[in-house]
Every structure is written in structure tokens, then in C-alpha cells.
Design a protein around this ligand. Structure first.
Ligand SMILES: O=c1ccn([C@H]2C[C@H](O)[C@@H](COP(=O)(O)O)O2)c(=O)[nH]1
Length: 497
């Protein structure tokens, strides 16, 4: 038996997101950004740090982080690690440092909620429920250092530990957290198809579908999400230089995408603390360049149904943080190249737009490489993503509601009256309602329905063409009822009059 140890002088109590934090007995909090926190923890003694945690997003992550620091006033030192491309993209570490250096101001969040806004070029929110004076005291009481590498982080933490223990800066305090609850419509859980012309508009439709019909479940990250299973998004016409709406309601901009595309297209060496990059999985992880493989495959056999790239390694089960993007297929039909990607888990609010644009860039790269190296001058077909867990985290629900309120109706009401199930021409002939179904393009007749009972005819049409779009079948119902009334009243019927 070992001799009982004296109880530690400082003990970190994680009130918010407890399962995401590594807690210790020191006075230094370590914010690792996107770097894996274990890669720091394994180089330190537990007495040397108070807590180690990631900070992925400034809008969502800073508030719970500061709440925890206020509840643990023995934390007097903070090290912010800014080591990866993802950190630069998200700006979360920069924003946290700006909170301590430049302070915060009363303002409104994107969704119009009162909030403390960090004085920073990176947007960062702090819950208004937290007392401003306490936040100010926290700012004055903590010594903050930046670090660019794991090594620098470890050295800084150790140097703080060498100092004498410092008194807590105040009483431990907690402040109330407001919960936002969604209202949910009934709907199917498994298998959804959502189509749009570009990534931005498809995104709004996806968010609407999940937000209105998704199942609310606990996440693995101390919170909730709303999700649908197997959501397929078909983007038909994303332009080569990407469509960014004005004003831009996407969570990303052109500068971000330029950086992000290289994470999908380019190889990168293994780096400690970085779990994976998609480019690395595609270009070198399995000892082959899979992007080059599918280019060569299609040039040799343009009809091949084996243009497959795999990002999932069977060893991924043995570690946390496995790639979300698992599988990519490319396929040429009618001289157009489509790309389909399968994602095991997909944050549809914060990550899908970047995932989709990155994949679109890969699709373009493959098309262009085939055109450069062969006779095939393919056009760009649709980009299709299939997200198994298509989810929205609870800390973004408010933003999603606001976005849907501002954008969804306008997008859904851009009607082109195009239905892949075709058109329906309605007439009355010899005491019967006669409906001809034609192809959407050339208008060739493909089927004919006759009868007197509108409901029976509608059922026949739905049985034969179950993918008919909902608004179209509603329209047909109205027209058939009008035809029926004319038939009964012995009046002439003309469609759409
Ligand atoms: O390219 C990516 C990488 C990550 N995620 C999201 C999905 C999950 O919300 C979270 C990963 O969590 P795990 O499934 O690894 O626990 O990040 C994406 O949507 N796309």
C-alpha cells in the first residue's frame, strides 16, 4: 500500500463540458485549440496543470471556457496553443487571447441575442448571463501566454509551475445557462434526399430539414444535437469559383476555403497532435496516391464503376478522432463526372459547407486532370454527399433558426416547375378525366391515366411515380377536382384556367 497522499491544494471542478477536459491539480489552464489534448498531457505531471481542453470555435467555445475559469479562480495562468491550420482558420485561440488583451463590449450576437462581444477581429461571444464585472476581474487576474508548438506549451507550463503557488483571485462563481429548445415536426428519421443548385442554398434546405424533423439526442460531447440519419445532398450547379451569397450567410468565406481545399487535395506529413488530414489519407496514408489512381482508372476505363477512394483505416477503431469523411466515389455518365462522398458523422451547420466546397474542388481537380491527360473533356456533374449522422449541435440552434427565418422561404420559393417525374396534361374526353404523363424534356407521352374519381387517379399516379414532388401532386389534386366538377356540371374543362 502506498502512503496516503496529502489532498491536492488546487482541484479543478469542470462545471461545463466536463467530459471534454483533462483536469489536474495546478494553476495553469492549457487551451490546445485543435491539437489533441493528450499530446500535451502525456508530457506533464498532473500537478503542473489545472486543466487541458480544446477550443474549436470562438462563437461557441469561449463562453463555457470562461464560465469554467470563473468557477475555478485558483487558475492564474493560461497558455493558448495555436499550432495548426485549423486554429488559424477558426481564429478561436486568437479571439481568446484578445479577450484577455483587449476586453469585451456589450453587443448583439448574429441571432440578435444580447451578448458580450470580444474586442477582436474574430467574432467571439460570451453569454450575457455572466456578470461583466466578474469577467473584467478574470481578465485582470490571469497571466496569458501564447505557444506555437507542443514543446513551447510544455515549457511554458513548467515555468509557471516553478513559481510559488498564487492565491485564488476571488470566490468560485457560476451563472445561469439559458436553454434553447427546438419545436419539432413529425417526419422520417432515415434516408433524406435534398437537392439544390448550389452549396449555399442546399445548406439552408438541409438545416431546415434537420431542424424541423431531426431527433434530439445527447452527443458524445456533453451537449445535445438534433440529427437525421443518412441525409443525401445533391448539389447540381455549384460554379467553379464557388457561390457565396451576398451578404454571405455561410459560416465560411473565400479566404477560408482557399486554405481548406489544400487539406483535401494536398498531402501533408504526419504531425503529432493532428489526428489526420483528408489530403494525407488520399495521397499517401495507404502508400498510394488514391486521387492519381482514380484519374488513371477513369482515363483507362471511362465507364468504370470502381473510381473509389477510401479514407477509413481499419486501425481507426483503435483511437479516438477518426476521419469523418470516409469514402469518395467518382463516376462518369453521359460525359459528366459526378462525385459522391460518404461521411460517417457530419456537423451540418459548422462543417458541411466547407466539406462540400473542398469535395467540389477535388471533383474539379479530377475532371481537369482527365481533360489534360486524355481525350475526355467531361462536364462537371453533381456533387453528392451522404452524411450518416447529419446533425446540428445545440449551441448553434439559435443561429440555425435565424438563418431559416431569413433565407429558407426565399430559397424554397424559387420555383422552376421542373419535376424529374415529368408533366401531366389533363383533359375531359368521352365522359372521363384523361391524364397523359410526359417526359420533362421533350414532352413524349409515357403513361396515361383515366377515370372519374380524382382521389383514385391521384393514388394511381403516386403509386406509379412515388418520387413526384409534393407541390406538384398538390397541384394535380386541385386540377383533378376542377376537372371532376366540370364533368359533373357538364362544363368544358381547360387545365390551369
Ligand atoms: O470534416 C469534418 C470533420 C468533422 N466533422 C464533425 C462531425 C462531428 O460533429 C465532429 C467529429 O466528432 P467525432 O464523430 O469524431 O466524435 O466533427 C465534420 O462534420 N466534418
Amino acid at each position: 500500500m502506498s502512503i496516503a497522499q496529502a489532498s491536492p491544494r488546487f482541484q479543478y471542478i469542470p462545471h461545463y463540458k466536463p467530459n471534454q477536459l483533462l483536469c489536474g491539480y495546478g494553476q495553469t489552464a492549457i487551451i490546445t485549440g485543435w491539437t489533441v489534448k493528450q499530446s500535451i498531457a502525456k508530457r506533464l505531471e498532473i500537478e503542473e496543470y489545472a486543466v487541458i481542453g480544446n477550443l474549436y470555435s470562438a462563437t461557441r467555445g469561449i463562453s463555457p471556457l470562461l464560465r469554467n475559469l470563473i468557477a475555478n479562480p485558483h487558475v492564474r495562468f493560461l497558455v493558448i496553443l495555436n499550432a495548426t491550420k485549423e486554429d488559424r482558420n477558426s481564429g478561436s485561440g486568437e479571439c481568446l487571447r484578445d479577450f484577455f488583451m483587449k476586453g469585451f463590449t456589450l453587443g448583439k450576437s448574429d441571432t440578435g441575442r444580447d451578448a458580450w462581444i470580444v474586442n477582436s477581429p474574430v467574432t467571439g461571444y460570451i453569454d450575457i448571463e455572466i456578470d461583466g464585472e466578474v469577467l473584467e476581474k478574470l481578465r485582470q487576474s490571469i497571466e496569458v501566454r501564447d505557444a506555437r508548438s507542443i514543446e513551447e506549451t510544455v515549457q511554458t507550463v513548467k515555468s509557471f509551475y516553478q513559481r510559488q503557488p498564487v492565491e485564488a483571485w476571488g470566490e468560485a462563481l457560476t451563472f445561469p445557462v439559458l436553454e434553447t429548445m427546438p419545436s419539432i415536426l413529425p417526419g422520417t428519421r432515415y434516408g433524406h434526399r435534398i437537392e439544390g443548385k448550389n452549396i449555399a442554398e442546399t445548406w439552408v434546405k438541409i438545416l431546415h430539414r434537420i431542424k424541423t424533423t431531426g431527433t434530439i439526442r445527447p452527443t458524445g460531447y456533453d451537449g445535445k444535437w438534433q440529427e437525421l440519419i443518412d441525409l443525401m445532398a445533391v448539389v447540381t450547379d455549384e460554379p467553379a469559383d464557388f457561390y457565396f451569397p451576398e451578404p454571405n450567410y455561410l459560416p465560411i468565406d473565400r479566404a477560408f476555403i482557399e486554405e481548406y481545399i489544400s487539406q483535401i487535395l494536398d498531402d501533408s506529413p504526419y504531425t503529432e497532435g493532428v489526428k489526420y488530414t483528408y489530403g494525407q489519407r488520399l495521397r499517401s496514408w495507404f502508400g498510394r496516391d488514391q486521387i492519381e489512381q482514380v484519374i488513371a482508372k477513369l482515363i483507362g476505363e471511362i465507364d468504370a464503376a470502381s473510381g473509389v477512394m477510401s479514407l477509413w483505416d481499419v486501425k481507426d477503431h483503435e483511437k479516438g478522432g477518426s476521419p469523418c469523411l470516409n469514402h469518395i466515389w467518382v463516376r462518369v455518365v453521359d460525359n459528366e463526372l459526378s462525385l459522391t462522398a460518404v461521411l460517417r458523422s457530419n456537423d451540418m451547420f459548422a462543417a458541411w459547407p466547407a466539406n462540400a466546397m473542398g469535395l467540389r474542388a477535388l471533383q474539379q481537380h479530377i475532371r481537369d486532370a482527365i481533360a489534360d491527360r486524355s481525350e475526355y473533356n467531361l462536364t462537371m456533374g453533381p456533387l453528392i454527399t451522404l452524411s450518416q449522422s447529419a446533425h446540428i449541435y445545440d449551441d448553434t440552434w439559435e443561429n440555425v433558426d435565424k438563418l431559416i427565418a431569413n433565407q429558407y422561404e426565399r430559397i424554397i420559393n424559387q420555383r422552376d416547375f421542373y419535376d424529374p417525374s415529368g408533366n401531366f396534361l389533363i383533359e375531359i374526353e368521352a365522359g372521363q378525366i384523361v391524364i397523359q404523363q410526359t417526359t420533362p424534356g421533350s414532352g413524349e407521352v409515357v403513361a396515361c391515366y383515366t377515370g372519374k374519381n380524382p382521389l383514385k387517379i391521384i393514388r394511381e399516379i403516386c403509386t406509379a411515380s412515388p418520387a413526384i414532388i409534393p407541390e406538384h401532386i398538390g397541384y394535380l389534386g386541385i386540377e383533378l377536382q376542377k376537372a371532376y366538377d366540370c364533368l359533373k356540371g357538364d362544363r368544358a374543362y381547360i387545365q390551369d384556367r
